[in-house]
Design a protein around this ligand. Structure first.
Ligand code: NAD
Ligand code: UDP
Ligand code: UDP
Length: 315
């Protein structure tokens, strides 16, 4: 049995953060959830409010935070393109000022700190699959830059606090993850396609649907989050976390139609600016350092995700 520790999870009311909070409680820890509910939902955390070991604080990470804690997971940031592009200045502030404040907190209380970075640091990659030593191909003035460059700057801050102040850091580059608890209006492809299919509405494919993504089921990812924190203090990352099986967006649409038995038809819409053509993680480092490989194939993970949206849409 491990010692009970106090965890702080920023973005804890979001899709990934709320599942992480639950997992940490299951492991016997105390959890402080920090969120400003920009994209997070109270319904994601309501089941934890009865626990004496769970605490929720409404707070925006762009402002300083003075609490006592042992370990920090920094997940606060909108992740879906429609949400992070809605207020791009706030998105960059959340990544950059949020990182500075959480690193300042970690420095003061000597906490180990995890950064939820992203495959978007690779931009529209010219190297395939993407390895951690690839520096990326990001348009610094494009519509996605508020997210991509914000996350890249956050990585810089993490490594400089590590080098300059000796902070214990873990930087994970997360690839497209899906599962129950994505918001109906999240806007990312898996939730959009499932919601459209269940409503028998047209499935909106952006571009020709030949662009690829590699989809990881949430439970596999959360398992890796826990393992990353448990690595040796000398391990900083960056480490790719994702499922290396790659699909075209059209293949995903067809799979969702098939699994939901929907009458929806495919409709083609313009491809958003700077939309990456291909994305697949090289996870050799995670396999070696964490002894981790995602075990949920897309077909298997889509099942509970579809069931979740069926329930939500019936309410
Ligand atoms: P999400 O939008 O569901 O969760 C983000 C959470 O952060 C929300 O609860 C939101 O309210 C909160 N938040 C946003 N700005 C904040 C602020 N200024 N102060 C406090 N809270 C704030 O998205 P998610 O998919 O759960 O993503 C969580 C993290 O993982 C994000 O940092 C995201 O960039 C990263 N990530 C996710 C994926 C993925 O596929 N899900 C991929 C790569 C990286
Ligand atoms: N900070 C915080 N909580 C803390 C300690 C610091 O939010 O417990 C913030 C504080 O606002 C500061 C930032 O983190 O601006 C960076 O802190 P650091 O100590 O690195 O820098 P400094 O205080 O010297 O600017
Ligand atoms: N996409 C799509 N239809 C949608 C939503 C997204 O075709 O309704 C495409 C989008 O253009 C991108 C891919 O699906 O090529 C993944 O998009 P998402 O927003 O989920 O994540 P990201 O682009 O950040 O990987």
């Amino acid at each position: 049995m491990k010692k009970k520790q106090h965890y702080t999870v920023t973005g804890g009311a979001g899709f990934l953060g709320s599942r992480l909070c639950e997992k940490l409680l299951e492991l016997g820890h105390e959890v402080l959830c920090i969120d400003n509910f920009y994209t997070g939902q109270k319904s994601n955390i309501v089941q934890m409010l009865d626990s004496p070991y769970f605490e929720m604080m409404r707070h925006d990470v762009t402002f300083p935070l003075y609490v006592e804690t042992d370990i920090i997971y920094n997940l606060a940031c909108p992740a879906s393109p429609i949400h992070y592009q809605f207020d791009p200045v706030q998105t960059t502030k959340t990544s950059v000022h949020g990182a500075i404040n959480m690193l300042g907190l970690a420095k003061r209380v000597k906490a180990k700190i995890f950064q939820a970075s992203t495959s978007e640091v690779y931009g529209d990659p010219t190297c395939h699959p993407q390895t951690e030593d690839y520096w990326g191909n990001v348009n610094p003035i494009g519509l996605r830059a508020c997210y991509d460059e914000g996350k890249r700057c956050a990585e810089t801050l993490f490594f400089d606090y590590h080098r300059q102040h000796g902070l214990l850091i873990k930087v994970a580059r997360i690839f497209n993850t899906y599962g129950p608890r994505m918001a109906v209006n999240d806007g990312r492809v898996v939730s959009n396609f499932i919601v459209q299919a269940l409503r028998n509405e047209p499935i909106t494919i952006y571009g020709e649907g030949t662009q690829t993504r590699s989809f990881c089921y949430i439970d596999d990812l959360i398992e890796a989050f826990i393992k990353v924190m448990d690595t040796d203090d000398s391990f900083t990352g960056p480490i790719n976390l994702g499922n290396p099986r790659e699909f075209t967006i059209k293949e995903l649409a067809e799979m969702v139609i098939d699994m939901t038995g929907s009458a929806s038809k495919l409709v083609y819409k313009p491809l958003p600016e700077n939309d990456p053509c291909q994305r697949r993680p090289d996870i050799s480092l995670a396999q070696k350092e964490l002894a981790w490989t995602p075990s949920t194939p897309l077909e298997q993970g889509l099942k509970p995700t579809i069931e979740y949206f069926e329930k939500i849409l019936a309410q």
